[in-house]
Design a protein around this ligand. Structure first.
Ligand SMILES: Cc1cc2nc3c(=O)[nH]c(=O)nc-3n(C[C@H](O)[C@H](O)[C@H](O)COP(=O)(O)OP(=O)(O)OC[C@H]3O[C@@H](n4cnc5c(N)ncnc54)[C@H](O)[C@@H]3O)c2cc1C
Length: 418
């Protein structure tokens, strides 16, 4: 069996940022395992711009952004292996992967999980009708178009108004397809406001809120879809059906952390479908860390790399014996109006001076306070004029506001005036 100080699973933005941070903190025996032919992850297919505004203070395309991290990995001589598909991780940190040389096992002293996320597909929502070709996820269409140069269709409808769907509405239009519309089940969009403007409104693509696809029509290939309005319980309203003759239906109906390896290793799962972590991104398995979209789905890659760095620095501290031994004791929970909170636990003895709390609201909210309470007492409050579920919030909590290493920290929304 081979041995490594640190093995990183996934060579996307999170994995590369983690590797660089661990290296810079003194860990040199690192191996990044990446299952595709390239480092960079999903950003390889995101050829539009808008990346890096926080990180580099300039607007880059996905490939430009990732190249800067690939350069940092290469400048440091950090080892990586491509086409190396990790199959499993054991609780005692044996990483098993498959590559051209066969099956390899590595005993790692620490592991960072950075395997990204995957898209929900048509099987997850069971649309009535036939099962013809022409129904694919928006990310898959993005891959075909941007990496392989294939147009997946000419007359397109999009189900789901997440960012990838919105970006693909614009991308397909620019490539000459006719995008007839985007249907969104919720009464609000799940994409960033800037993408609604730049990808739909600027191209006169209609957004049908509170609508869903209720029928798929076609034998060998998709010929048409039917959409219907839904009521407040998301049930289609009879009589509101509209038919669109299209050859392609793109699905942009959610991203799910690709966390099965950590689940099988026994890490405690979280409500994001990633694993529970403490403020240092360490899971319930000591020495196993998680960051990026495998932990919780991010809207901006800039925050992914920040989290990767946090995991890399914490893994280095663990390997250098600088990590404290106490158990994490403050439990972080979502309260009124909040979907989830990362981290799940805080151990004050191991925390820096400021602890980033990341969370999302459940539905669009205006004029609300984000309220943080600790053991029932409000310790921080911030007014937000508007919040939407598609935008992750980050609040930095000064450590000195927590006067005990035990209890419950709750993030909730309170209407202004209450
Ligand atoms: C289809 C799609 C489009 C997106 N478009 C945008 C966008 O336009 N703008 C934006 O800001 N964000 C976008 N995102 C979000 C984007 O994923 C994040 O911003 C960020 O790039 C995620 O970085 P990551 O390293 O966590 O994940 P990824 O970039 O997904 O990297 C994970 C890496 O892990 C590898 N991996 C997975 N499993 C294994 C395994 N078992 N063994 C070895 N390697 C493995 C994968 O091959 C991949 O390279 C998009 C996401 C998706 C899914």
């Amino acid at each position: 069996m081979e041995h490594k100080d640190l093995v990183i699973i996934g060579g996307g933005s999170a994995g590369m940022a983690a590797a660089v941070a661990a290296y810079d903190a003194g860990i040199k025996d690192i191996l990044i395992l990446e299952r595709t032919e390239f480092l960079g992850g999903i950003l390889n297919q995101c050829i539009h711009n808008g990346f890096g505004l926080h990180e580099f203070k300039e607007e880059l395309t996905g490939p430009e952004f990732l190249t800067r991290f690939v350069d940092q990995v290469k400048e440091r001589g950090i080892a990586y292996e491509l086409e190396a598909n990790v199959l499993s991780l054991s609780k005692d940190k044996v990483v098993t992967y498959l590559s051209a040389k066969g099956k390899t096992e590595i005993q790692a002293k620490a592991v960072i999980m950075a395997a990204g996320c995957y898209e929900r597909n048509s099987g997850a929502i069971g649309i009535p009708g036939t099962r013809p070709a022409g129904v694919i996820t928006a990310g898959q269409a993005q891959l075909y178009l941007n990496e392989f140069g294939y147009m997946v269709g000419k007359k397109v409808f999009i189900l789901g108004s997440g960012d990838i769907g919105l970006i693909m509405a614009r991308r397909m239009t620019l490539e000459g397809a006719k995008v007839l519309g985007v249907a969104e089940l919720m009464p609000y969009s799940n994409g960033l406001n800037r993408n609604i403007q730049q990808c739909l409104k600027d191209f006169d693509i209609p957004l049908y809120l509170s609508h869903t696809v209720t029928k798929i029509i076609g034998k060998e290939h998709l010929e048409a879809i039917e959409i219907s309005q839904v009521d407040e319980k998301m049930r289609p309203i009879p009589g509101t059906e509209q038919r669109f003759d299209v050859d392609t239906l793109l699905l942009s109906i959610g991203l799910i952390p690709n966390n099965s390896i950590l689940d099988q290793a026994g890490a405690i799962p979280s409500s994001t479908r990633g694993s529970k972590v403490n403020q240092n991104m360490e899971t319930s398995i000591p020495g196993v860390f998680s960051c990026g979209n495998v932990l919780h789905v991010h809207d901006l890659v800039d925050y992914v790399v920040e989290e990767g760095r946090q995991a890399g620095a914490a893994a280095a501290a663990y390997l250098q014996g600088k990590e404290g031994k106490s158990e994490a004791r403050i439990e972080c929970v979502p309260g009124n109006g909040i979907g989830y909170v990362v981290p799940s636990w805080i151990d004050l003895e191991q925390a820096g001076d400021s602890i980033p709390l990341k969370f999302r609201c459940r539905k669009p909210s205006k004029n609300v306070y984000i309220s943080i309470s600790f053991n029932g007492k409000e310790i921080k409050k911030m007014l937000k004029l508007a919040m939407i579920p598609s935008e992750m919030e980050i609040m930095k909590l000064p450590k000195n506001l927590l006067d005990s290493n035990q209890g419950k920290l709750e993030v909730s929304l309170v209407a202004k005036g209450e």
